[in-house]
Design a binder for this molecule. Sequence first.
Ligand code: FES
Length: 109
Amino acid sequence: MSEVFRPFERLVEINILGRTFLVPEKNSVLRCFQFISPDTIPYGRFCWNQDCQYCRVNCQLQDDDQARPILSCKFMVSEGMNISELAPELVGCLRSKLGQELKSEEVKP
Ligand code: FES
């Protein structure tokens, strides 16, 4: 499975809805979601091509002062990224990794 990821030397720490995960640097955020949940993300309805918008998240970078919407299939992961909202398709795919505290009010269409 490692061929689906772009080459990386180390893992970086990101936060998703209050949980910390280690994911491969130099990869798109959506690819990092796949690293976290390899059994669900490949079967989600993602185009991986900036078209469907099902991969949209709100995220704040370490040196940003506020969160902003991004397409996770396009945007590269970075150390300390804080993801505060997930599109419903991502919620469905990541639910088991994020645990019970994932509530519907954290979901933005
Ligand atoms: S996966 Fe379709 S826009 Fe990102």
